[in-house]
Design a protein around this ligand. Sequence first.
Ligand SMILES: [Zn+2]
Ligand SMILES: [Zn+2]
Ligand SMILES: [Zn+2]
Ligand SMILES: [Zn+2]
Length: 244
Amino acid sequence: MPERLRVLAGDCRVTERGDRTRTHRGRVVVLIKPDNTTLVHDADGYQPVAWLTRPDSVVVEGDGAGFSVTARTGERRLRVVAEAATASRGLPVTEAGVPVGTCPEDGGSLVRSRGDVVCLDCEERWGLPAGASVTDTTCADCGLPKVRVERGEPFHLCVDPGCDPLVAAVRDRFDRVWSCPDCDGDLTVESAPGRVFLGCEQYPDCETTFSVPHGVVVDECGCGLPVFETATGRRCLDGTCDGD
Ligand SMILES: [Zn+2]
Ligand SMILES: [Zn+2]
Ligand SMILES: [Zn+2]
Ligand SMILES: [Zn+2]
C-alpha cells in the first residue's frame, strides 16, 4: 500500500511558535507528508507560507466542520486551525524517480530512485551495484530491466541480483586470471555485502585482497596486475602500486 499524503484546506489561522511567533490568516492548503513534513501553501509562488520539516509529531483533529493541525519539533510549533474545511483527504503518494521500465509482475512503472530501482505499484525494490546504469534491455528470464556495470569489463545483468548475481559474472570471467603478487597463489573472485573483491586462494596464510575497481581492464601493470580505466583515471588493481 502506498503511503498517504494528507491534504487539508480551508480559511485558516496559521501560527508558528519558535524564536518568535508569527500568525497568518488566509485560504490555504496544508500538506502533511508520510514523513510528517507539514507545509502550508497559499495562492502565491512555490514557497510555503509556513512549514516544519520532519517534525517529531503531528496531530490532526477534526470536529466535523473544521480541523486543526499541530506539528512540533522541540520548542518549535506549527499550528493551523480552520473553522470550516473545504477539503480533507488522504492521497496515495510514492517517491518519484527517473522512469526505467515496467514491472513484469504487475505492469507498474519502475523508477530509479536513491540508488535503487523501485516498482511504484508493488513497491518492490532492487539495490543497484555502485556505478551501475540501467539499460533499456530486459532480462530474458524475468522481464526486469538489465543494468550495465563495469568490474574489469562491462557486464549486462538483470537488476534482480537473485536472477543474475554480479559476483557470479565476475567469477566466470576473472577467477584465477591473475596471480597473487605476494605468494604463488592465484587471485579468486569473492564477495562481501555490497562489493566484489579478489582474494588470494592461500587465505588465511596469505591475506592479500583487492577490491575490483569500477572500470575496465585496459593494460597490464609493470607489477603484473591489471590496469583499470576508471571514472577517475587509470590505476593498477593494487591501489598502492605506483605503476612500475
Ligand atoms: Zn511491481
Ligand atoms: Zn531477471
Ligand atoms: Zn597470496
Ligand atoms: Zn601495479
